[in-house]
Design a protein around this ligand. Structure first.
Ligand code: COD
Length: 300
């Protein structure tokens, strides 16, 4: 399974509508245009209308594509985020995408009690990595939303990720709850949570997946490392989902994979009324497209 296969599955039927918060930026328009050309979705673009139109006119799109774009003027970045979230709430769009707006600004709009996109569940982030010379996709959660989740939030983060991964075709994903070590140390809360989550899974409190923890990253993803340490079980060395203890750990893992390993990545926020594409401003066009494809694929 590779990210391009999700891309292929998501293209060709542009029936889903994406509301983009703050689209007045060349890189964002670049991704939108590529998505339009591969018939991934149609777009509602919020931001400074003149700027958006001038970027679009530079792309010389014919009317077939222009008919699939609507530009809505928003004076400020905050307004663009608010209008895009409201559009989703009113059923005008199926997916929300972050443009040139900061993560916290868009997330605060998403969490707004009056017009936000809460669905009674915890919202959490998942990133899907395709890593050269590594045989399977690796899912990392939560690298962007929940700062230091407690045990109940970790249960919800696992549930969100399992629901998502199952939609992509992995029926019984292996979830590694990672920490710096693979033994329980009462002074390291991530190890204690790992053991609890693992037990909750064997007792049926977390379903549709196999959870093991605590595991260190090496023995979660490498069978050889797991064997060397004498760690057995269905997850050690074979993890699909890496659940990190905090946003700091997740963010460093995300950026290490992208910058050191040149991994390909797509990412979405789960648990809201609709999937939210929350790539960072520095992410490549390719990464924005993979994220859109994952979002489209998960609502089909
Ligand atoms: N899911 C559902 N509801 C939530 C969540 C969540 N993950 N987080 C908060 N809420 C609800 C709370 O229950 C409350 O009702 C309301 O939202 C406000 O909660 P606060 O006061 O904790 O939330 P904020 O607005 O101060 O912060 C929420 C953020 C998501 C902005 C905050 O958690 C954050 O800054 N996260 C990290 C974002 C980031 O910088 N990522 C790294 C780079 S990509």
């Amino acid at each position: 399974m590779v990210l391009d296969s999700f891309m292929q599955e998501a293209t060709g039927d542009p029936s889903k509508v994406v509301a983009v918060a703050s689209a007045d930026n060349e890189e964002v328009i670049e991704a939108v245009v590529k998505a339009l050309k591969s018939k991934l979705a149609t777009f509602l673009l919020y931001g400074q209308k003149e700027k958006i139109n001038s970027f679009l006119s530079g792309k010389k799109l014919d009317s077939t594509y222009m008919n699939n774009i609507q530009v809505v003027d928003a004076e400020s970045v905050d307004d663009a985020a608010k209008f895009a979230v409201q559009a989703v709430n009113e059923g005008k769009a199926d997916i929300l995408m972050k443009g040139m707006v900061s993560t916290s600004v868009i997330l605060k709009e998403v969490l707004n009690k009056d017009y936000g996109l809460r669905n009674g569940r915890l919202l959490s982030h998942i990133a899907v990595f395709q890593i050269d010379n590594f045989e399977r996709l690796i899912f990392v959660t939560d690298a962007a939303m929940n700062i230091v989740p407690d045990i109940q939030q970790k249960v919800e983060i696992i549930n969100n990720s399992v629901r998502f991964v199952r939609k992509l075709g992995i029926d019984n994903p292996k979830v590694a709850v990672i920490s710096a070590v693979e033994t329980v140390n009462p002074n390291m809360s991530a190890t204690v949570d790992g053991a609890l989550l693992s037990k909750m899974n064997t007792r049926g409190q977390i379903k549709n997946c196999i959870v093991d923890g605590p595991l260190a990253l090496d023995n979660a993803i490498s069978l050889q490392a797991a064997k060397l340490k004498g760690i057995e079980g269905e997850v050690a060395g074979k993890a699909d989902i890496i659940m990190v203890p905090s946003v700091d750990v997740g963010n460093v893992l995300y950026k290490s994979l992208v910058y050191f390993s040149k991994a390909k990545v797509g990412a979405v926020i789960l648990g809201a009324k609709v999937p939210i594409v929350l790539t960072s401003r520095s992410d490549s066009t390719e990464s924005k497209l993979y994220s859109l494809a994952l979002a489209v694929r998960s609502v089909r």
